[in-house]
Design a binder for this molecule. Structure first.
Ligand code: HDD
Length: 690
């Protein structure tokens, strides 16, 4: 490409353009003005469809360096997927601080009010491979890279505030137990199998986490509707060098919302990318998901009074004990240009902190400080992974680290060491740089677990009693489902033995569901579980927001459907913040009662009611009669009912229903009933579960 061509192509660039190479040349241009297709050496290619052959029907020649370059590059397109959290979706955004923590920390991101710090957040499932589905029962990873003025700060958390294990040395065993079983290569993205529950049955410290993962937290409705937790205690260090412990929490502004299990299972088939698509569509349509960042701050002295050890990652600090303070918010407002370059190559490390933020002695965190940098070396293939644009700090960074695979920088000068006398400009240390909290550490060296980590059941009990009764029965059902997939009866029994230390009622329900003839003995516990007070903040149902913001309503129609009714529902739903999609037996346009054409968003068989938070069925009697014979139409209604969703019908649509007490009769202009439906769409009809 000539200089002229290059500058012309830059001027006409749109976001459709592809940027290749570090030279920044645009190789594809807008509006039909194509760039030249070249090899990686810039050689223009005359034929990209036919390899070089000895004769028209002869063998392909080794000489074909264009074919070889293209195929070789293709052969190396994949990098190792993450050993955990392989499947994830990410987006760019910003963090804005609204309350300064100046008293507690020097970190500029936590002290400079109104400052918008760019960031990238990746939300993931844990167990499945990168091509697995979006809705398994699984913890969601919640990792944010803040590109602060003082370097990158990575907050690498989950949507659950506690973890399975207390010590990082156990992590490889835990992950090997969760992942597909090594001899058979299944199950994918599921904990419902023997090796997981076998390991758990021998790991009482995981019981609190088990309560969380068997709860509805692990089957979220949307990635936009989950909480995020930094899990560990970190330290904030102020300008006097004083430190305060902190726990970080993300709170979704749309509130928490989960699916029911059957819905999650069916969604996996209907749309394996449901969560990624949901996040993408929300961001592309300008409905930017946002989370408040809140902190729990406490001193060493306060921590000493807690009835648990805050350095134990299997424990949380109830909000009732240390209230949350909201200090700012994160908005995700830009989908990546390229999934591989950004979402796949982003490399989070809990060891990435900024001055004013430091670690605690949580032994799980301490192990993580090693593991992430190490994994990036093999995953991204080079110690220069920090130079990949998604990983590079947005503030200046400079040191004397040199060379290595895929070095992209060209440092100048003869000095690559420090201290030196030969350069006035080479990078030097600064007193404002990162300082580790000055702490007195003493004690006996050894492979030990502190006694204060010995209580494994109190917070598991607390979590269970804090749940709404519907959530409690979901936990029981989830345990029955999971353990029913376990072949070894003694493993099922051992888990029920653990459950007896949490709730006798839960243990009996699960034992009954598993057909156990008698209750196994309680699992021996080193310490007696405490009776902690319920913490209502641990519920989802209690914290669901009465809103349709960010949710979706589906209207099932066919030719002849009543235009007024459809219009009324659309208007009220959109005013409430929901998106509305039209589903019909045929894709294309439907002709409504008034002769107008309405664009259909989804064909009925491919757009089941799982895709929506509530559905309306607006049909003529004839269309309804025809759909009564259609399995997809019956499933549409049955699933909406089973998944506890509000269902509205008009007179025709009612024919599709044979369940009592679910219909909001929306006929013509009867707006009051449309309002009632839209109101009902904000919640779920839990009582139907009975
Ligand atoms: Fe981890 C990835 C979160 C314990 C070792 N972890 C990873 C990701 C998240 C978490 C969100 C995906 C980041 C991304 O999107 O790229 N991990 C956690 C949380 C933990 C935790 C909240 C406990 C509180 N992890 C943990 C331990 C170890 C690891 C104890 C090892 C000792 N985690 C890894 C890893 C991964 C990872 C193997 C895989 C891919 C990666 O790091 O980049 O190093």
């Amino acid at each position: 490409m000539s200089n002229d061509q290059a500058s012309k192509s830059k001027a006409s660039a749109t976001d459709q353009d592809v940027q290749l190479g570090t030279g920044g040349e645009l190789h594809q241009m807008a509006n039909g003005e194509h760039a030249l297709l070249t090899t990686n050496q810039g050689l223009p290619i005359s034929d990209n469809q036919n390899s070089l052959k000895a004769s028209p029907l002869g063998p392909t020649l080794l000489e074909d360096f264009i074919l070889r370059e293209k195929i070789t590059h293709f052969d190396h397109e994949r990098i190792p997927e993450r050993i955990v959290h392989a499947r994830g979706s990410g987006a760019h955004g910003y963090f804005e601080l609204t309350h300064s923590l100046e008293k507690y920390t020097t970190a500029k991101i936590l002290t400079e009010l109104g400052e918008k710090t760019p960031l990238f957040t990746r939300i993931s499932t844990v167990a499945g491979g990168s091509g697995s589905v979006d809705t398994p029962r699984d913890v969601r990873g919640f990792a944010t890279k803040f590109y602060t003025k003082e370097g990158n700060w990575d907050l690498v958390g989950n949507n659950v505030p506690v973890f399975f294990i207390q010590d990082a040395i156990k992590f490889p065993d835990l992950v090997h137990a969760i992942k597909m079983e090594p001899d058979r290569g299944f199950p994918q993205a599921a904990t419902a199998h023997d090796t997981f529950w076998d390991y758990i049955s021998l790991t009482p410290e995981s019981m609190h986490m088990i309560m969380w993962i068997m709860s509805d937290r692990t089957i979220p409705r949307s990635l936009r509707m989950i909480e995020g937790f930094g899990v560990h205690s970190f330290r904030l260090i102020n300008s006097q060098g004083e430190s305060t412990f902190v726990k970080f929490h993300w709170r979704p502004q749309l509130g928490l919302q989960s699916m029911v299990w059957d819905e999650a299972v069916k969604t996996a088939g209907a749309d394996p990318d449901f969560m990624r698509r949901d996040l993408f569509e929300a961001i592309e349509s300008g409905n930017f998901p946002a989370w408040d960042l809140a902190v729990q701050l406490f001193t060493e002295e306060e921590a000493a009074q807690f009835p648990f050890d805050h350095l134990d990652a299997t424990k949380l600090i109830p909000e009732e004990l240390v209230p949350l303070r909201v200090i700012g918010h994160m908005v995700l407002d830009r989908w990546p240009n390229n999934f591989f370059a950004e979402t796949e190559q982003v490399a989070f490390c809990p060891s990435h902190v900024v001055p004013g933020i430091d670690f605690s002695n949580d032994p799980l965190l301490q192990g993580r400080l090693f593991s992430y940098l190490d994994t990036q070396l093999s995953r991204l293939g080079s110690p220069n992974f920090n130079q990949i644009p998604i990983n590079a700090p947005k503030c200046p960074f400079a040191n004397h680290q040199r060379d290595g695979h895929m070095q992209m920088q060209q440092p100048v000068g003869r000095v690559a060491y420090e201290p030196n006398t030969l350069s006035n400009t080479s990078p030097r240390e600064t007193p404002q740089g990162f300082r580790t909290a000055a702490l007195d550490e003493n004690g006996v060296k050894g492979r030990v677990r502190p006694e204060s980590f010995a209580d494994h059941y109190s917070q598991a009990k607390q979590f269970f009693i804090s749940q709404h009764s519907h959530e409690q029965s979901h936990i029981a059902s989830a345990l029955i489902f999971e353990l029913s997939k376990v072949e070894h009866v003694y493993i099922r029994e051992a888990i029920v033995g653990h459950l007896r230390n949490i709730s006798e009622d839960l243990a009996s329900q699960v034992a009954n569901g598993l057909g156990l003839q008698q209750l196994p003995a309680p699992y021996p516990s080193a310490v007696r579980a405490q009776d902690l007070p319920p913490s209502p903040a641990l519920q989802i149902i209690g914290k669901m927001k009465n809103t349709l913001q960010g949710r979706a309503i589906g209207i099932l129609i066919a030719d002849g459907s009543d235009a007024h009714t459809i219009h009324a529902i659309k208007t009220v739903a959109k005013k409430s913040g929901a998106t509305v999609k039209i589903v019909a037996p045929k894709i294309g346009d439907a002709t409504l009662s008034d002769g107008a054409m309405l664009k259909v968003d989804g064909q009925l068989a491919g757009t089941p009611s799982m895709m929506f938070d509530a559905v309306a069925i607006v049909l003529t009697s004839d269309a309804a009669n025809a759909l009564l014979e259609d399995g997809a139409a019956r499933d549409f209604v049955n699933d909406a009912y089973r998944h506890l969703k509000a269902i509205a019908t008009d007179v025709g649509g009612e024919k599709l229903l044979n369940m009592p007490n679910i219909s909001f009769n929306v006929n013509g202009d009867a707006l009051s009933t449309v309002d009632a439906f839209i109101d009902a769409a904000k919640t779920r009809f839990w009582d139907r579960e009975k």
